[in-house]
Design a binder for this molecule. Structure first.
Ligand code: ATP
Ligand code: MG
Length: 403
């Protein structure tokens, strides 16, 4: 008996293929084939009966195809992760299968190793989601929403969002959700090296049934404490998401997370205004070059005209030491806001970390940018980061958590 094994259901209309796949897994104790189904209808019935962890689903079946079955099972049996199986040349179907809710895919013929990898990968992802879900949805919880915003592109919003979320979770032991609301070109998932199987575009298709379990289904786990609602995979899907959707999503996520960090697009669209309205804190990211300063000044003026409380807005100076002839004091006077926090410029650390998909707060704990992010996390958490003892204990706790 394989007691702790990952339970797998094989769905294919060809009996020989089912047998072959079953044989591939015969000697792998991590996996147990608990059943086979020869049609989509049988797959749905057996999933309900056997509750597999993973379903291997053929894409091409007579009567009802694997995509339609995936669509049904993704909603009715979200605890079972689906891996779609196809032959070469079915890319368009594959894309549809992933949108329907499949978590991974395999192109036939595949080896036992490839199959095992895929099964373990989707199972691992689902386990992470379950860990996050276990503390989810407490109607009394009122998590804080922090929007990371700027009217200028490329100032470091995504860098700050991804590292801040990880630092905040490590520093406070909080559950932190990230919403990638840079709806056209969001890349939080890339920064955190997550391959999202579901995105905010998939979530809003079911927005009428909004509850914590639904959001949970569409989150990707970075670790046990940080979950990401990824941006749509294609820019044209951005228009599926409007301000009302974001308001509803953030409202529900407050009951699931202690903090929700929202990455944004650099414009005052309806969707971004909904995020800014919902936010408890807005981090306005600036740098020291004139065009950015001009834009940030306009941005702050608009926020004033929207009657946002001054306390809600914190200006963060990124790449603070690449001054280009200006004094921070002059800039603060011109903006009429102090810099709540400054982060040094450190291309080597920051770019290397993005390319490896590991946040620098994990990979480079001793650098100035990491310390700057922790200081920012402390401000958000309301901790006095100036006390050296506090910082030491934070860093040691962090090292315990992430080695
Ligand atoms: N403190 C820093 N030191 C050095 N490089 C940085 C720093 N912060 C950000 N960068 C670099 O600047 C570039 C833009 O950063 P990022 O993608 O985070 O900005 P963004 O505001 O999210 O951009 P976009 O508007 O395109 O979404 C990246 O190449 C990033 O590595
Ligand atoms: Mg970005």
């Amino acid at each position: 008996m394989k007691n702790d094994a990952i339970k797998v259901l094989i769905v294919d209309d060809v009996a020989d293929i089912r047998e072959n796949i079953s044989k591939l897994m015969e000697f792998h104790s991590e996996v147990q084939i608990i059943g086979q189904a020869g049609s989509a209808a049988e797959a749905i019935a057996k999933t309900k009966e056997l509750q597999p962890d993973v379903i291997l689903m053929d894409i091409n079946m007579p009567v009802m195809d694997g995509i339609s079955a995936t669509e049904i099972l993704a909603v009715e049996a979200p605890q079972s992760s689906i891996i779609i199986m196809s032959v070469q040349g079915e890319q368009e179907y594959l894309r549809r299968a992933m949108i329907a809710g499949a978590k991974n895919y395999l192109v036939k013929p595949f080896t036992g190793d490839e199959l095992l990898q895929a099964i373990k990968q989707v199972y691992g992802l689902a386990q992470k989601r379950i860990t996050i879900a276990q503390t989810a949805s407490n109607p009394l919880k009122q998590g804080k929403v922090v929007a990371v915003f700027s009217t200028k592109g490329g100032v470091g919003k995504t860098t700050i969002t991804s590292n801040l979320a990880v630092a905040l979770a490590a520093q406070t032991g909080a559950k932190v959700g990230i919403v990638d609301a840079d709806l056209q070109f969001g890349d939080v998932a890339l920064f955190l090296n997550i391959a999202p199987r579901s995105t905010i575009a998939d979530l809003v298709r079911e927005v009428d049934h909004m509850d914590a379990a639904l959001i949970e289904n569409h989150l990707s786990g970075f670790n046990d404490s940080v979950g990401v609602l990824a941006a749509p995979l294609r820019p044209e899907h951005a228009e599926l998401i409007n301000g009302a959707h974001l308001t509803a999503i953030l409202g529900m996520m407050r009951t699931m997370f202690d903090y929700i960090i929202v990455d944004t697009a650099p414009s005052f669209t309806d969707a971004m205004l909904s995020v800014l309205d919902a936010a408890d804190q807005i981090l306005v990211i600036s740098s020291m070059d004139l065009p950015t300063i001009k834009n940030v000044k306009l941005c702050l003026e608009i926020m004033e005209s929207l009657e946002y409380n001054r306390d809600k807005i914190k200006v963060v100076l990124n790449r603070a030491d690449s001054l280009g002839g200006m004094e921070p004091r002059e800039v603060q006077e011109s903006l009429r806001y102090p810099f709540a926090s400054t982060l040094p410029s450190d291309g080597k650390t920051v770019v290397h970390s993005v390319n490896r998909g590991v946040p620098f707060v994990i990979s480079n704990p001793e650098t100035g940018v990491t310390k700057g992010i922790f200081a920012l996390a402390a401000i958000i958490a309301g901790v006095d980061e100036k006390k050296p003892a506090a910082e030491r204990s934070v860093m040691s706790k962090f090292k315990r958590l992430f080695g």
